[in-house]
Design a protein around this ligand. Structure first.
Ligand code: ASP
Length: 313
C-alpha cells in the first residue's frame, strides 16, 4: 500500500477584495496556483522526495509575474530586486537559505544548494551570489525582474513615505505576495520552502522572515512542515513557523489548532497580518490566515485539488 502524500502551496496573504478583483487576474492567479501544486504533486506521486516537490512548486510561482518572488518581485527603495528564500527538509532538520540576492532567477534552487552543498544555513548578498556561480547558477540581469506593476507600486509607496504594501490600481496590492510550499512524501519526509522579493520600498538591506528558518519556514519529520506569508518583522519576532512546530511537538496539538493559535492569537494581537500553510506527518493540511485572503492550493491525501483565494472559501 502506498503511504499518504500531499502538497499545499501559497502565493501570499493579505487584503484581497472581491469587489476589486478582475476576472482576468483571477484566472491567471488560479492557473498559476494549480500549475504550481500539480508540479510538486507529480514528483510526490512518482515517489520523489518532498524537498524536490516543494522546489518544483515554488519555481512555478517564482517564474510568474503574478507573485512577489523571482520574476514578480517587488522593488527596493533603490529600484532593485533583492530576494530572500529558505528551505528545510524534515528528516535530519537540514536547512538552507539566502537573503538579498539580486541576480538569481530561482532563489529557492539556490537555498536548496546552500543546504546540500555548503556547511552553512544562510548566505547573504554578494557572498550568496558568489556561491551561486561556483555552483552553476546563471547570472540573471535585474532587467529580467522589472515589471511595470512593481515600478508603479514603488512610486506610490515612495510618494507616501511608506514601505510594505501599496495602494495603486491592482486589486491585490494590499497583499503580501510571497510564495511557499509544504509537502509530505511517500517516505514520510516533510519539507517546506518559502521565496520572496520582500516588501516594497525596503531599505538598508532589510531581510524578512522568508529566509529565516523557524520564522518563515520549518519542517520536522513526524511533526509538521510550515511556510508563512505576511509582514516579516512580526513573523520573525513571533518565530511563527517554529512556534507551530513546538505547539504540536510539546502540546500534541492538531496542525489546525496549533496554526490558528499562532496566527489568530499572539501574532494578530501584536498587529501581525498574514497567514501560513502547514502539513502534518499524516498529510493533513491546514491554511491559517488573519487577513481577508491568501492565494493557496492543495492536493490532499485523496488526490483532491482545491484552489482558493478568499478566507471564507
Ligand atoms: N513575509 C515577507 C517579508 O516580510 C513578505 C510576504 O509575505 O510577501 O519579506
Amino acid at each position: 500500500m502506498t503511504q499518504p502524500f500531499s502538497i499545499a502551496i501559497h502565493g501570499g496573504a493579505g487584503t484581497i477584495l472581491r469587489s476589486q478583483m478582475s476576472e482576468e487576474l483571477k484566472r491567471a492567479i488560479l492557473a498559476d496556483l494549480e500549475a504550481s501544486v500539480r508540479a510538486g504533486h507529480k514528483i510526490l506521486k512518482d515517489s520523489g522526495d518532498a524537498l524536490d516537490a516543494v522546489v518544483a512548486a515554488v519555481k512555478v510561482l517564482e517564474d510568474s509575474p503574478n507573485f512577489n518572488a523571482g520574476k514578480g518581485s517587488v522593488l527596493t527603495n533603490k529600484e532593485m530586486v533583492e530576494m530572500d528564500a529558505s528551505i528545510m527538509h524534515g528528516r535530519a532538520l537540514d536547512a538552507g537559505a539566502v537573503a538579498g540576492v539580486r541576480h538569481i532567477k530561482n532563489p529557492i534552487e539556490l537555498a536548496r544548494d546552500v543546504m546540500k552543498h555548503s556547511e552553512h544555513v544562510l548566505l547573504i548578498g554578494e557572498g550568496a551570489e558568489e556561491f551561486a556561480f561556483v555552483n552553476g547558477h546563471q547570472f540573471t540581469e535585474q532587467d529580467y525582474f522589472f515589471t511595470e506593476r512593481r515600478y508603479e507600486q514603488l512610486l506610490s509607496m515612495k510618494e507616501k513615505g511608506l514601505f510594505a504594501l501599496s495602494e495603486s490600481k491592482y486589486p491585490d496590492d494590499k497583499k503580501y505576495g510571497t510564495v511557499g510550499a509544504v509537502a509530505l512524501d511517500q517516505h514520510g519526509n516533510l519539507a517546506a520552502a518559502t521565496s520572496t522579493g520582500g516588501v516594497t520600498n525596503k531599505k538598508y538591506g532589510r531581510v524578512g522572515d522568508s529566509s529565516i528558518i523557524g520564522a518563515g519556514t520549518y519542517a520536522e519529520n513526524g511533526n509538521v512542515a510550515v511556510s508563512t506569508t505576511g509582514m516579516g518583522e512580526y513573523f520573525i519576532r513571533k518565530t511563527v513557523a517554529g512556534d507551530v512546530a513546538a505547539r504540536m511537538r510539546y502540546l500534541k496539538e492538531e496542525v489546525s489548532t496549533a496554526s490558528d493559535a499562532v496566527i489568530q492569537g499572539e501574532l494578530k494581537h501584536m498587529g501581525g497580518e498574514g497567514g501560513l500553510i502547514a502539513i502534518d506527518a499524516h498529510g493533513r493540511h491546514h491554511f491559517a490566515m488573519n487577513s481577508s485572503g491568501m492565494y493557496r492550493a492543495v492536493i490532499d491525501v485523496d488526490g483532491k485539488l482545491t484552489v482558493s483565494i478568499y478566507a471564507d472559501e
